[in-house]
Design a protein. Structure first.
Ligand code: F6R
Length: 592
């Protein structure tokens, strides 16, 4: 949830670099920011608020020194205040720590440390870490060993970066269940919670595993296990350019990422041969179980419709947070497919660990080297590139593309590849509707409720459209199977309520059209998504977003989601909300 970074530079001030890095991490958490650098003492500037405001007041980049650590916070323990902002220190201000994760036993540890005379300054779980390190350094251990010792006392999850004024040439990084990477340049070293933070400075990355530590300092970078044994780890060269992680001329990351979608799908299609290889390696299975959260869950739901209707394989879809309550029916005949953009979502990782005990697991992941990729039996990468906007967009269409590719290789229906290859062109056409959608957004921006309806393949599209609207416009949006309206929600339909009807040509079309008439009869404003030649739908709808006739319902989920993403984006902008940073949400949810 929080973002952390640390660096040791060669004859260059660290604070301006750290500031640049945390700006790029802002999507991980943005209620507080702080930087610490060690010279003859540890100097810290930190406060609650957005980076730009805190920097204006405190001049973060003015801190002296060629190394340091920094943090952006998304509060879990303790309100967003200056005291609770990271870095946190020990009693004597000789050790500073930034942390992402949750220390579950912090209350017990805090009580013990307070009994031993330690004085705490914040309400955070994190602060126990510098005090534990202080305790062990006071007992004679060096920074590395004291950190290692402290980690063995912790229960919960952590990615940390630690430094001490007593060893002011060293940064220690460590992780357990929260991501941490190491970056290397000639004589310059970085730790960070993820790649975009440091991409401007290096693309040579080492991924840490759980219970591993990185010691950055005069010996370069050493990777060790929790017992202190050296580990050989390959450096991976990341092909993302810093530009890919920037806004690229758009007002927001979200709209940039919406426009990157045709490219993202093309990149995913380049993975076809890798996906084919994975399919060839899969053991036999008679049942599929998708597990995911949020947008990734909606991609999974599309997978269910595809695999059951086109493969004839019984397919369940389970929300990751519910998986632990329903996993008993798994067996070696089940393939569990976990879909996760970040590969770090705590609910999904927990489900993965349960599934691993009973079935074979396949993860569809965007972030290379993330925990899900390391803990699953098989991995497919979506290759959508870094997604910074909190609302998932391009990773959703890439996840869907992976599901189509899986279907093609599992079913042997290679002719479907030709149709899939044409999807990016249809996406470009959908993006060309942006002006029209902006007008619709202006018209409906003040409405308190929206409904999104669809049947079959269009039901997950409706759900995803409603989720996008909710998260970035704060408008109440309900995604419903169109046929379910009459079983209750129809009571909510008043005069003028917008109903977005997803009605591509195909098996579900006529019934969805019936629902359009049903809601219109009750005064709803119908915004329809359908085929260009669908004159009857056009005649009923108040607004119509048209698509090429050849996109049938089976392949509609990718192009048809685009207008719904654009609608949510433009309503958000019209309402003066920052769509990249919706309130109460963070990009990667690393707590259950
Ligand atoms: C919505 C959104 C979230 C994520 C969910 C799962 O726009 O982004 O609903 O889809 O938190 O995240 P991943 O896919 O990283 O596991």
């Amino acid at each position: 949830m929080c973002g952390i970074v640390g660096c040791i530079l060669n004859n260059k001030k660290a604070a301006p670099v750290l500031l640049g890095c945390v700006k790029r991490l802002e999507y991980r958490g943005y209620d507080s920011v702080g930087i610490a650098t060690p010279t003859h003492k540890i100097q810290i500037k930190k406060d609650q608020g957005k980076i730009v405001d805190v920097d204006k007041n405190l001049k973060l980049a003015d801190l002296p020194g060629t190394m340091g650590i920094a943090h952006v916070r998304w509060a879990t323990h303790g309100l967003p205040t200056k005291e609770n902002a990271h870095p946190h220190t020990d009693c004597e201000n000789k050790i500073a720590v930034v942390h992402n994760g949750i220390i579950e036993n912090y209350k017990t540890l805090k009580e013990q440390l307070e009994d031993e005379g330690h004085v705490f300054k914040s309400e955070t779980d994190t602060e126990v870490i510098p005090h534990l390190i202080e305790k062990y350094m006071d007992a004679g251990e060096d920074l590395e060993n004291a950190t290692r010792h402290a980690l063995t006392d912790l229960k919960g999850s952590y990615a940390i970066a630690v430094m001490s004024k007593n060893e002011p040439d060293k940064i220690i990084g460590a992780r357990k269940e929260s991501p941490l990477i190491v970056g290397k340049n000639e004589n310059e070293y970085f730790v960070a919670s993820d790649v975009p933070a440091i991409l401007e400075y290096t693309n040579k990355i080492i991924y840490l595993n759980d219970y591993e530590m990185a010691i950055l300092g005069e010996n370069g970078v050493l990777i060790k296990d929790i017992d202190g044994n050296l580990i050989e780890r390959e450096i991976e060269v990341i092909e993302w350019t810093p530009d890919m992680a920037e806004k690229g001329g758009y007002d927001h990351f979200m709209i940039k990422e919406i426009h990157e979608q045709p490219e993202a799908v093309k990149n995913t299609l380049l993975e076809a041969s890798e996906i084919k290889k994975v399919v060839q390696k899969l053991p036999g299975f008679s049942r599929i179980c998708f597990v995911a959260c949020g947008t990734s869950y909606h991609a999974s739901l599309t997978g269910k419709y595809l695999f059951e209707s086109r493969l004839g394989i019984p397919t369940d879809v389970v929300l990751a947070s519910e998986f632990g309550y329903s996993s008993r029916t798994l067996n070696e005949e089940t393939l569990v497919i976990l879909i996760t953009q970040s590969g770090e979502t705590a609910d999904t990782l927990k489900a993965l660990r349960i599934a691993n005990k009973k079935a074979k697991t396949l993860a569809i992941v965007n972030v290379l080297g993330s925990t899900a990729t390391r803990e699953s039996d098989y991995v497919i990468y979506t290759r959508a590139g870094p997604e910074i906007g909190v609302a998932a967009t391009k990773t959703y269409v890439s996840q869907l593309t992976c599901i189509y590719l899986l279907l093609i290789y599992l079913s042997g229906r290679h002719e479907l590849l030709d149709i899939l290859q044409k999807i990016p062109d249809h996406m470009v056409s959908a993006l060309e509707k942006e002006n029209k959608i902006r007008d619709i957004a202006k018209k409906y921006k003040n409405t308190p409720d929206f409904f999104f309806i669809g049947r079959g393949f269009s039901y997950p599209t409706a759900m995803e459209g409603a989720l996008k609207l909710k998260e970035i416009t704060y408008i109440h949006g309900e995604g419903y199977p169109a046929g379910e309206l009459k079983h209750g929600p129809l009571a909510l339909l008043d005069e003028g309520v917008p109903v977005v009807a997803v009605a591509p040509p195909g098996k579900s079309h006529d019934k969805t059209f019936g629902n359009v008439e049903e809601v219109k009869a009750r005064g709803a404003q119908v915004i329809a998504l359908g085929s260009r030649s669908d004159e009857i739908l056009k005649s009923e709808a108040h607004e119509m977003i048209e698509f090429e006739d050849e996109i049938d319902e089976m392949f509609s989920p990718i192009p048809y989601i685009i207008p719904l993403q654009l609608l949510a984006y433009h309503i958000s902008v019209e309402k003066g909300i920052d769509p990249d940073k919706p309130k109460n949400l963070a990009k990667c949810v690393t707590v259950e």
